[in-house]
Ligand binder design. Structure first.
Ligand SMILES: [Zn+2]
Length: 242
């Protein structure tokens, strides 16, 4: 083996190892376009002082859906104190829209116990934000649908989320059954995707349809919480789709 061949071979092995350890690249090129621009990067500061970065998705002019644990600190049961919502991010200095108005936060009763502490489980880890101002006309929004396990099985689903300022996407098949509101799937690093919408492109719809939210992962298994009819009913009652 001559030396040049060996160095080319080593270079190829190096490149392969590099690619294998980074399964996806950030791509902010479409961040200001629909539907990417309907995804918010949420910088959350809870009343306990903890902070977290996650995602939420617009599903109406005033309604954004996300994971419950982004609205209440899972370690200390304290609500978010302030949340910065940024949409359509090109980089840390350039985004389409930063929301500056008021908002109301909601998690489901099953998530928050009467004594104020939370019952933290994947089954009830879903929440939403109602903005005082019309956000959807600037960002666009996704359709929302309460799926059966049958709807969730056998189709590709997608998710988008920010890590720091970079937008990542991934897709795959879901594993669901009707006895649980939680479905499982594989993805890389859920740190990018907490609170992100799980969606597909339903035939007959002009845009994406959101059917669940990305919660977290445990090793190689990721967990999502289905949109259920009570979620849609409550969001409608509180003005998400006005
Ligand atoms: Zn905390």
């Amino acid at each position: 083996m001559n030396r040049r061949f060996l160095s080319v071979l080593l270079l190829l092995v190096f490149l392969f190892v590099m690619l294998a350890s980074f399964p996806a690249a950030a791509d902010n090129s479409r961040a200001k376009e629909y539907p990417e621009r309907a995804v918010a990067r949420m910088y959350v500061k809870y009343k306990c002082g903890c902070t977290r970065i996650g995602n939420g998705t617009m599903v109406g002019r005033r309604g954004l859906i996300t994971a419950g644990h982004l609205l209440i600190c899972p370690s200390h049961s304290r609500w978010a104190d302030t949340i910065q919502f940024k949409f359509g991010i090109k980089n840390s200095r350039d985004c389409l829209y930063t929301y500056t108005g008021g908002y109301q936060l909601y998690v489901f009763d099953t998530f928050k116990k009467k004594d104020g502490t939370i019952r933290y489980s994947n089954e009830n880890n879903i929440g939403y934000v109602i903005f005082d101002k019309n956000v959807g006309d600037k960002t666009g929004w996704y359709g929302i649908y309460a799926p059966s396990a049958y709807d969730l099985t056998g189709e590709w689903y997608h998710w988008l989320g920010y890590k720091n300022w970079d937008l990542y996407s991934d897709y795959g098949f879901l594993n669901a059954n009707d006895s649980s509101n939680v479905f499982t799937f594989s993805s890389y690093q859920s740190a990018y995707f907490q609170g992100a919408g799980i969606y597909n492109w339903d035939e007959g719809n002009s845009g994406p349809t959101l059917v669940g939210v990305y919660i977290n992962d445990s090793g190689s298994t990721c967990y999502g919480r289905k949109v259920t009819s009570d979620v849609i009913r409550e969001m409608r009652k509180n003005g998400a789709f006005d």
